[in-house]
Design a protein around this ligand. Structure first.
Ligand SMILES: Cc1cc2nc3c(=O)[nH]c(=O)nc-3n(C[C@H](O)[C@H](O)[C@H](O)COP(=O)(O)O)c2cc1C
Length: 166
C-alpha cells in the first residue's frame, strides 16, 4: 500500500476480532511509532502496551468515551511527563502507529483518557507521568451496523492561503 493510499483510506475502527495481534505485527507498528520525530528530538513519550484483560477493563474507565475498549485485543497508552510532554509528539507517534497498522491490515482507533488518577492506578504510572491518549489495535471485526463514515470538510474550507482572510 503506498503512503497516500494508506493515509486516505485509514478509518478509525471499534470492531475487532478476539484473536491476539501477532507478535511480529505488534513489533512492526511499535517500530513505526518509534521513528516519529519529537520536539528537539527529546523522545519523552513512552508506550505502555496492554493486553491483560483486567487492566483493559480498568482502562475502559479512564476515559469518557472508552467504555468499549475492555474487550479489544491491545490498548497502547502514550505516557508522557506531566511537565514537559507534548501532545503534538504523541499525535505523530500515534499516527505512525495507526498508518503502519492499516498497511498490515490491522484496525485502530485513537482514544482519550480524561481521568489520570484512574490511569495512574491502572498501569502504575508515577505522579509525574500521565497517559492522556491511547490507541486501540487489533484484527478488524465485522463493520458496525449503520454507522456512517464521518465526512471531512472540503479542502477549500480547511485550507487558508497566505493569510486567514485568504
Ligand atoms: C484526538 C482524538 C481523540 C479521540 N478520542 C476518542 C475516544 O475517546 N473514543 C472514541 O471512541 N473515539 C475517539 N476518537 C476517534 C474519533 O471519533 C474519530 O477519529 C473520528 O470520528 C473520525 O473517524 P474516521 O477516521 O473513522 O472517519 C478520537 C480521535 C482523535 C483524533
Amino acid at each position: 500500500m503506498d503512503a497516500q493510499h494508506a493515509i486516505i483510506t485509514k478509518r478509525d475502527t471499534r470492531s475487532f476480532r478476539s484473536e491476539p495481534v501477532p507478535d511480529e505485527q505488534l513489533t512492526a507498528v511499535l517500530k513505526a511509532a518509534r521513528m516519529a520525530g519529537s520536539a528537539k528530538n527529546a523522545q519523552l513519550t513512552r508506550l505502555v502496551v496492554v493486553t491483560d484483560p483486567e487492566t483493559k477493563v480498568e482502562l475502559a474507565g479512564c476515559g469518557d468515551f472508552t467504555s468499549w475498549i475492555g474487550t479489544t485485543p491491545v490498548v497502547v497508552v502514550f505516557a508522557i511527563p506531566v511537565e514537559e510532554g507534548r501532545l503534538f509528539d504523541v499525535g505523530r507517534m500515534a499516527q505512525n502507529l495507526m498508518v503502519s497498522a492499516h498497511d498490515q491490515g490491522l484496525a485502530t482507533c485513537p482514544i482519550t483518557f480524561h481521568h489520570q488518577d484512574k490511569m495512574r492506578e491502572a498501569i502504575g504510572l508515577p505522579a509525574d507521568m500521565e497517559g492522556p491518549m491511547g490507541v486501540v489495535l487489533g484484527i478488524p471485526g465485522p463493520p458496525a451496523p449503520a454507522r456512517p463514515r464521518a465526512p471531512r470538510i472540503p479542502l477549500d474550507e480547511l485550507v487558508h492561503h497566505e493569510r486567514w482572510e485568504g
